[in-house]
Design a protein around this ligand. Structure first.
Ligand code: MRU
Length: 355
């Protein structure tokens, strides 16, 4: 049995009442950890992808709300509560697509609404405790996904993934990578192909780096190589993460995921999505209703400060796409693997999951 090790630094930490984030825009060349001192700083850290990945931005937003409310601890309760709503609304506006962000903030507001605190300091302490709960739950969810997904990875397999749904995107083993870490720990020999993931290279900078750091056999490929790698028979399984799964089982994930799903269908390769319950949005019927974040053109016209497109070029830069549920072989959740019909399976799981 190989040792389980995660050598990359933690994505975020709450220490002595302060939030610390690993700046993922500098990875893998530099390890920079930044203390977050204001709601505005947390907002920018999320928007600029210093912290990124659906589960991680949910946890960061929950702690971010604590950072925002810390200066208000001595105010009257009515003022504190009004400010809390305002700050949650503000933090939610940092990124629109991953449902975890809104989910975590809603959960924080619900806790505050039900808390009969004597003063603002007590309510603040309750909010910190809830953010810590969201954080530890996320770690456990990753472990659950690992346990339910590990059986899919057999010795000798090639597994392709897209973007980074790894440890860096969560508080634990990642989502798409969680079964990979566990399979590796159990001594299963398999290969991973990590799509580079244009335009911001989360696959190259983050996934390939974290899997390689853990001793997993990983090959970095550019996005346009996926078809050829599949055509050569090197891929037996695809596992990706998700930012939102709608009620009908449509999967919203990093731009390029849809292309991978279409390819997998063509080549008869199972296409699985690692999906924590915090990413399931039963209130939205299909992927067509999800707001897809459109990011700055500069992310496409150059990289690392070097311009690659002509000045004034018109650019499209949607950060996510929607994979229709028909292309999804299964959803790997912390409670088990869900299969078609996904809408019924999601309903059943979320009913059983609700307190
Ligand atoms: O823009 P990003 O880097 O936040 O996009 C991340 C993804 O699309 C991930 O696949 C998704 O959030 C799942 S992370 C466990």
């Amino acid at each position: 049995m190989k040792p389980a090790h995660k050598t990359v630094p933690a994505t975020l930490a709450w220490r002595e009442g302060e939030l610390y984030l690993l700046d993922q825009t500098r990875l893998p060349l530099e390890i920079v950890i930044e203390r977050q001192d204001s709601a505005e700083q947390v907002w920018h850290s999320i928007q600029q992808l210093k912290v990124r990945g659906a589960p991680a931005i949910g946890v960061a937003a929950a702690y971010g709300l604590c950072v925002a409310m810390k200066p208000h601890r001595n105010q009257a309760l009515t003022e504190f509560r009004a400010q809390l709503k305002h700050q949650a609304h503000y933090l939610e506006s940092s990124r629109p697509t991953a449902v975890n962000l809104a989910w975590a903030l809603r959960r924080m507001l619900a806790v505050a609404a039900h808390e009969n605190a004597a003063d603002s300091a007590m309510l603040y302490a309750r909010l910190v405790a809830e953010a810590q709960k969201i954080h530890t739950e996320d770690t456990a969810i990753c472990t659950g996904i690992a346990q339910h997904g590990v059986a899919l990875i057999k010795s000798g397999m090639g597994v392709l993934t897209h973007c980074n749904a790894g440890a860096l995107a969560t508080s634990g083993l990642g989502t798409a990578t969680a079964p990979m870490y566990l399979a590796h720990q159990r001594g299963t020999a398999f290969r991973v192909y990590a799509d580079e993931t244009r335009p911001l290279l989360q696959g190259a900078r983050l996934t390939a780096w974290e899997l390689d750091s853990a001793g997993i056999d990983v090959t970095l490929i550019t996005d346009n190589m996926a078809a050829s790698v599949m055509a050569r028979g090197l891929v037996d399984l695809v596992i990706v993460g998700t930012d939102r799964v709608t009620a009908n089982g449509d999967v919203v994930n990093k731009i390029g995921t849809l292309g991978v799903a279409v390819l997998a269908k063509h080549f008869g390769i199972p296409f699985y999505v690692a999906c924590p319950s915090s990413t399931i949005d039963l209130a939205t019927p299909t992927g067509a209703q999800v707001e897809i974040e459109e990011r700055a053109p500069e992310e496409v016209t150059g990289f690392g400060g070097i311009r690659t497109a002509s000045i004034g070029m018109r650019v499209g830069n949607p950060a996510f796409d929607v994979t229709p549920h028909e292309l999804v072989t299964g959803l790997i959740t912390e409670h088990g693997v869900l299969r078609a019909p996904l809408s019924a399976a999601l309903q059943k799981m979320m009913q059983a999951d609700s307190p």
